[in-house]
Ligand binder design. Structure first.
Ligand code: CP
Length: 525
């Protein structure tokens, strides 16, 4: 049995699945491996070196360099490499990815799946479902590496991009000033930068794109939350017309295949705004480098051919770095690298269960509050302040939803009333003789009706009062769903993944595709 390094068995679906320390380790180790490869040194210390490791490449969307660099990196490790033939597989008979993977995990003692898909959040979902399946079946849970999922993220590309920036900056992490240009809306490699650039202490990002191709608000906000200084320009011309131009430019291809008709109509103008011209060059700072994840559109590249032989070309070396960074990434999750890691390891974050707050009870108060309705409650529970402030119709709907979801099929009463202290209306459910709801139902109640109070009544006294707040996660409801049709949890994808949302600030994000949702957006009913 080989010893296992600290990253053994990990999956990487998004950049922040590796802490800043872990990313830094990846970059330093990559530098070591790259030098050893280029100098022709003994590489045995870096490779897994055993065919018992199976690396599956499942590419459901076209790729050249991600697929080939991962394949070659897996060959470097002397793993058994399978390039899954998705075009002629049972996917064509509408088999789900989950069923396909359940089969494949049974073939090896240790598997790594590298997956590219138009479906967003796929690797996170598989990490959960296949992980559970493996634990029950006594199979080692595999690692999943996201090789690009729709317009969500492309973490392994981010690692090679950051590695390339570090090389240009001579490994100085104090600051970075970068211009991001091209298709910032669909460009998943740009979205991954919202977390990837955090390895630098001071980050200045200039977003250079017409509004139709602008960075989605979610990633813009994440950059701001991460302390980046942002500026926005509609075109390269507008950017170069001002004095503070970055010496590091990151271009992305216009992803015409993902655009709707309304945007496609304007392609000529959009392309012109983000395409380099010869007259731009003398406005660039000395030592500027251009980077591009590639591929470029060969008929209409935004970095035209005249730039390729110039010192501006950083993208060819960047592309080559994909091989070295992916050797390191596979080695880390396979468990053969990481023994010399000294930083902060990712700890699985369990969101705090901070949704129940004990309320104040009037010690002298006789129970008089809950006599409104069909029957006063002497003993039992009363859920009060339901949907407070909403319309009467909305509260009735909410009451019905609570009754169905919590299966409150008891002798009980519910209704919509005016609050005693104000004109605001609220819903109220009283259930005589029920001593308590139980933790799971309380959690569901908090998700359905944040702000409500749960009162335990004994001998006409409220003996315990809880105010329920929005829980950190909302899941396990039939009536929730991600609004993103490309999300793996969306019903249209037929992957059988239950929708799940995590609280972020005032709103929620889908656990899988990270699409932001308001509280009301989460509910389909
Ligand atoms: N950069 C990148 O993801 O390229 P491929 O689509 O060729 O893999």
């Amino acid at each position: 049995m080989k010893p296992k390094g600290p990253f053994y068995g990990r999956s990487v679906s998004v950049v922040h699945d590796l802490t800043a320390d872990e990313q830094w380790y990846l970059y330093r180790k990559t530098a070591e491996i790259k030098a050893a490869v280029l100098e022709g040194r003994d590489l045995s210390a870096y490779r897994f070196g055993d065919t018992e490791l199976s690396v599956y490449l499942i590419f459901l969307e076209d790729s050249t360099r991600t697929k080939e660099s991962f394949r070659n990196a897996a060959v470097f490790h002397q793993a058994t490499v399978s390039v899954f033939d998705a075009a002629h597989s049972s996917f064509n008979k509408k088999e789900s990815l989950t069923d396909t993977l359940k089969m494949l995990v049974g073939y090896s003692r240790r598997s790594i799946f590298i997956i590219r898909s138009t479906v967003e959040g796929v690797t996170r979902a598989l990490e959960v479902t296949i992980g559970d399946y493996c634990r029950k079946a006594g199979i080692a849970p595999p690692s999943f590496l996201n090789a690009g999922d729709g317009k969500h993220e492309h973490p392994s590309q981010e690692f090679l991009d950051e590695y390339s920036f570090l090389e240009k900056k001579n490994w100085n992490r104090d600051s970075i000033h970068i211009a991001l240009t091209g298709d910032l809306y669909f460009g998943r490699t740009v979205h991954s930068k919202a977390d990837g650039l955090k390895i630098f202490k001071e980050v200045r990002v200039d977003l250079v794109a017409p509004s139709e191709l602008g960075l989605p608000d979610f990633y813009r906000q994440r950059m701001i939350d991460n302390g980046f200084i942002l500026r926005t320009f509609p075109s390269i011309d507008a950017y170069l017309a001002q004095g503070e131009v970055a010496d590091l430019w990151y271009f992305t291809r216009l992803q015409l295949e993902r655009m709707g008709e309304d945007v496609l109509d304007k392609v000529g103008r959009l392309k012109h705004a983000v395409t380099v011209r010869p007259d731009h060059l003398d406005k660039l700072p000395l030592g500027t480098k251009f980077y591009h994840p590639l591929p470029q559109n060969r008929t209409e590249p935004t970095i035209p051919d005249f730039v390729t032989p110039l010192d501006l070309n950083g993208w060819d070396e960047q592309s080559r770095n994909g091989y070295f960074t992916r050797i390191t990434l596979i080695g880390m999750v396979a468990g053969c690298l990481g023994f010399d890691f000294t930083g902060k390891l990712k700890v699985h974050e369990h969101p705090a269960d901070d949704f129940v707050e004990t309320g104040r009870i009037n010690p002298h108060g006789k129970h008089t509050e809950y006599k409104t309705g069909i029957k006063p409650v002497d003993d039992g529970i009363v859920i009060d302040h339901i949907g407070m402030g909403r319309s009467v119709e909305q509260i009735w709907k909410l009451l019905d939803k609570i009754r169905r979801n919590l299966q409150l099929n008891y002798l009980a009463s519910m209704g919509v009333f005016s609050s005693v202290k104000s004109d605001v209306v609220k819903g109220l459910i009283s259930i005589p003789d029920l001593p308590e709801l139980g933790f799971k139902k309380v959690k569901k109640l908090a998700a359905l009706s944040p702000g409500c109070t749960l009162n335990l009544v004994r001998s006409k006294h409220v003996i315990q009062k809880y105010r329920l707040h929005m829980p950190p996660r909302i899941y396990n409801f039939a009536e929730i769903g991600c609004r993103n049709e490309n999300c793996v949890s969306h019903a249209k994808q037929h992957e059988g993944i239950s929708p799940e949302f995590e609280r972020r600030g005032e709103g929620f994000v889908c656990r899988f595709c990270e699409r932001p949702h308001t509280y009301d957006d989460i509910w389909t009913d």
